[in-house]
Ligand binder design. Structure first.
Ligand code: PMV
Length: 352
């Protein structure tokens, strides 16, 4: 085969984080920062996985990797028990290598395969709630499905995307146990998705990509602790907190109709609901001084911000209004960088 490149975007939760855990709707969109996998043939029978961003460079003899039958695993995360023969490194790259071994074992191990090298690079910060693992799993699934001859239209047809999404979800299960599936769906299909637990993600019909700033506070957060905090507040004050969660749900529902409408006041209303959603999250106790500082700096330039993901640090998103000049945006970025934050200017809602 000829060398080929596949790529997939990261994701941003726009509205509805935390409430989504209680069955409410959340809205997510693809971010233009992407993961890229370059696949090149080899003259020997080895497969090599190179992840320069996390210092992984492993090589396997194809005959030494286990053939895996997904129907014999009760859950993909059991893959660890089946790869005794493979030398899987410890450390941050372990899950990435296990996912690779799993997808290779399911898709290619039973086929006579020539050797190849997959090199994956990503522009997404790791562990910032931007779906870096899902975009990795989508490019890996797409690359291995392409090599196994299962894609008809280079991953572009609806059936191809569905297949890629299913295998990427299995990869996510290896890495995270029981993910919701929203991250891999956004990375596969792109655009904006509405997601409610237990339901199929709904693609929103929006033609407009949004200009945003994503600001990483660099404050480490524990999603688990933040989720537990919200739960305990709800246990103590069920009526109050259920009211807040219902309001967040209403924000997400308003967002759906705003994304699908064309009116002149759409941008202004989006700014309103960004502020409202952040206020609700702050009421739930998941904001952080660093996130409030970002909100203040951007508000001084008439831009609306909210935390995105679990909160307690992590990242904030800021909508860049269409009338904001490049100078204003640069000023805001400079001020955020001055406070020690990392700021990325990107668009949300682009291609999968
Ligand atoms: O920051 P992240 O990507 O871990 O976001 C978590 C989003 C929550 O709604 C807080 C939890 C969840 O599982 O949906």
């Amino acid at each position: 085969f000829k060398p080929f490149l596949v790529s997939a975007p990261g994701k941003l939760i726009l509205f509805g984080e935390h409430a989504v855990v209680y069955g409410k709707t959340a809205i997510a969109g693809s971010v233009s920062m992407r993961a890229y996998a370059l696949v090149t043939p080899r003259s020997d029978s080895k497969v090599r996985l190179v992840l320069p961003d996390i210092s992984v460079d492993v090589q396997f003899d194809t005959s030494k990797l286990p053939q895996l039958n997904p129907s014999e695993l009760s859950h993909p995360c059991e893959v660890e028990n089946h790869v005794g023969c493979a030398s899987v490194p410890e450390g941050p790259g372990r899950m990435a290598v296990l996912t690779f071994v799993y997808l290779f074992g399911c898709l290619l191990a039973q086929k006579p395969t020539k050797g190849f090298t997959v090199c994956v690079r990503s522009l997404l910060p790791v562990g910032a709630g931007l779906g870096s693992s899902a975009s990795f799993n989508v490019v890996l699934a797409a690359a291995l499905l392409q090599l196994s001859g299962q894609l008809y239209k280079d991953g572009k047809s609806t059936a191809d995307r569905q297949l890629i999404n299913e295998w990427a979800f299995a990869g996510e299960q290896v890495a995270h146990g029981t993910p919701s599936g929203i991250d891999n769906s956004v990375a596969t299909y792109g655009g904006f998705l509405a997601y409610t637990r237990g339901q199929k993600p709904q693609n929103l019909n929006s033609s407009n990509a949004l200009r945003v700033l994503i600001t990483n506070t660099n404050v480490p957060k524990s999603t688990k602790a933040l989720l537990a905090g919200v739960r305990s507040l709800r246990d103590k004050h069920p009526q109050v907190i259920d009211g807040v969660l219902d309001t967040i749900h209403s924000v997400a529902i308003s967002a759906i109709s705003l994304f699908e409408s064309q009116g002149e006041d759409v941008e202004e209303k989006l700014q309103d609901i960004i502020r409202l959603n952040h206020g609700m999250l702050s009421t739930l106790g998941v904001s952080h001084l660093s996130l409030e500082r970002i909100r203040e700096i951007t508000a001084a330039h008439h831009m609306a911000s909210k935390l995105t993901g679990a909160g307690g640090g992590g990242c904030a998103l800021t909508l860049v209004p269409s009338n904001a000049s490049d100078e204003t945006v640069e000023d805001v970025k400079r001020m955020l960088a001055h406070e020690g934050f990392q700021c990325y200017q990107t668009t949300v809602g682009g291609a999968g």
